[in-house]
Ligand binder design. Structure first.
Ligand code: NAD
Length: 247
């Protein structure tokens, strides 16, 4: 079952590379208009150029965005709506994942993880929902992680951040029931991106590819569900889904 996404306006944070970039490509392939925002101003321009080369360039927009700065986030969304019109979908994807024992982690790093992975998602969700609620439609997809429901040594602060995203998104979804504004979660296991380049992945699992996560994000917009988990178990992508509670 698919929805017509032609012309839909989709904004993706951390869209310069990795899962965010693959998600942008997947929405473009379905005819949507897509904006990518990223703190890396060089990479976001290169990422947009790569997307433009695959499609009608007028359907691609990019901007520098720091999700930890609410003014930067609001300006990004203003730019998206000035370019394409009302925002239909926000994918809160930007994230970082330092690896190591928490006792060795500098406080500045701990705070940065929570600032980007948690406050960035909450800020983006609030700013997007405020735009979507008066229109009675919209979808906010938050990229959490398998680390948002299971814990891994070496990822304590990252786990804390992703558990927070899960709790926030589940509560926000219930708060918005009946408004036309959907909240969903994508919970990937390890994925082959720069984020995991220095890690060995999960034991017994193979890493997924960013395109598999991108498909899961698009499928949520096709058919709203509360969450989708994507795990690559012994070579095959295992996707499990949890449906929205009945109103
Ligand atoms: P990535 O490092 O390839 O891309 C993340 C992007 O976010 C980068 O382009 C980076 O510049 C951007 N970014 C960082 N800080 C930012 C900020 N303050 N404002 C705006 N942009 C910022 O990572 P990825 O693997 O594609 O991860 C994307 C999301 O998926 C993250 O939330 C991550 O936690 C989550 N995730 C990844 C995996 C994995 O194994 N790769 C697994 C589960 C969840």
């Amino acid at each position: 079952m698919t929805t017509d996404l032609t012309g839909r306006v989709v904004a993706i944070t951390g869209g310069a590379r990795g899962i965010g970039h693959a998600t942008a490509a997947a929405f473009l392939a379905r005819g949507a208009r897509v904006a990518i925002g990223d703190i890396d101003d060089v990479a976001v321009k290169e990422g947009a150029t790569a997307l433009e080369s695959t499609t009608d360039a007028t359907r691609v927009h990019h901007d520098t965005l720091d999700v930890t700065d609410p003014e930067s986030f609001d300006r990004f969304l203003d730019g998206v709506e000035a370019t394409f019109g009302p925002l239909d979908v926000l994918v809160n994807n930007a994230g970082i994942m330092p690896v190591g024992r928490v006792v060795d982690e500098p406080d500045a790093v701990t705070r940065r993880v929570l600032d980007i992975n948690v406050l960035g998602v909450i800020t983006g969700s609030k700013l997007a929902a405020r735009r979507m609620l008066p229109r009675g439609r919209g979808h906010i997809v938050n990229i959490a992680s398998a680390a948002g429901e299971t814990y891994s040594p070496g990822l304590a602060t990252y786990c804390a951040s992703k558990f927070a995203v899960v709790g926030f998104t589940d509560a926000a979804r219930l708060e918005h029931r009946g408004t036309g504004v959907e909240f969903s979660l994508v919970m990937p296991s390890f994925v082959n991106t720069e984020l995991t380049a220095g890690t060995s992945g999960a034991r017994g699992f193979r890493n997924a590819e960013p395109e598999e996560i991108a498909r899961a994000v698009v499928s949520l917009v096709d058919r709203p569900r509360s969450r989708v988990r994507v795990t690559r178990l012994f070579g095959a992508a295992v996707v499990s889904q949890k449906f929205l509670p009945r109103p």
